[in-house]
Design a protein around this ligand. Structure first.
Ligand SMILES: Nc1nc2c(ncn2[C@@H]2O[C@H](COP(=O)(O)OP(=O)(O)OP(=O)(O)O)[C@@H](O)[C@H]2O)c(=O)[nH]1
Ligand SMILES: [Mg+2]
Length: 209
């Protein structure tokens, strides 16, 4: 067609140009064997990166397996996964190691994290006290996910909140770390909290579910 410029036609208008989604770093933290690696794996849309080593007799007396005797492997550095919440928001998930001897890595893992999930094994909530403390001290917003092993949730969220002395603004959610939908709900609750805390809500906008 006379006068038309194919190059100009091919170029999208500025408003139509693809916009890179916001990426947000989230930690999945908590005590030894509470289900962190399981949660990152269940919710990640990419094959998760794992750094697990087998628990062997060499760890006797070092690894406290009370209550989790069947555990066969443990995270020694981190888990990594990704979940796209909407076309504007992608979460990068970093699972922390749970054993006390690897806690020195938490400081590095926390750099740049906007928020965290503190997972709790409903049978051993005390194993995640230190994780709650870690995020409270650093002012990193977090939600608590109560992983009901064997799908059982004997305690209502309010009872868990009381036992952990959590303030009212920290959401407590019952979950199953093995279930994608359940793990996603915990992440959405965290996003809700982050959005509520963001000044004027300008940094993040609520994703569609
Ligand atoms: N029955 C049951 N098993 C679970 C659940 N969540 C995790 N597990 C199992 O519990 C074990 C420990 O889970 P992990 O995900 O490795 O726990 P972790 O918190 O990453 O452990 P560390 O990295 O060693 O601190 C694994 O064998 C999981 O398959 C659950 O909700 N129910
Ligand atoms: Mg792990």
């Amino acid at each position: 067609m006379a006068g038309s410029d194919p190059a100009a036609r091919a170029a999208p208008a500025a408003s139509e140009a693809p916009v890179a989604p916001d990426t947000v770093k989230i930690l999945i933290a908590g005590g030894f064997g509470v289900g962190k690696t399981t949660m990152v794996g269940s919710v990640s849309e990419i094959a998760p990166l794992r750094t697990e080593e087998r628990l062997t007799e060499a760890g006797l007396g070092v690894d406290d397996l009370a209550g989790i005797e069947e555990k066969a492997a443990t995270t020694v550095a981190l888990d990594f996964g990704r979940i796209t919440i909407s076309d504007r928001l992608v979460l990068y998930l970093f699972g922390t190691p749970g054993q006390q001897r690897f806690w020195f890595m938490w400081n590095d893992l926390a750099v740049g994290a906007l928020g965290a999930v503190v997972l709790i094994d409903v049978r051993r909530p005390e194993s995640s006290f230190a994780a709650v403390d870690f995020f409270e001290r650093r002012g990193i917003p977090f939600v608590v996910g109560v992983n009901g092993f064997h799908g059982r949730h004997p305690y209502p969220p309010e009872e868990i909140r009381e036992s952990l002395a959590l303030p009212d603004h920290v959401p407590v959610l019952l979950c199953d770390a093995r279930e994608r939908g359940s793990s996603r709900d915990v992440l959405i609750a965290l996003l809700d909290r982050l959005i509520a805390e963001a000044e004027g809500g300008s940094q993040l906008t609520r994703p569609g579910r």
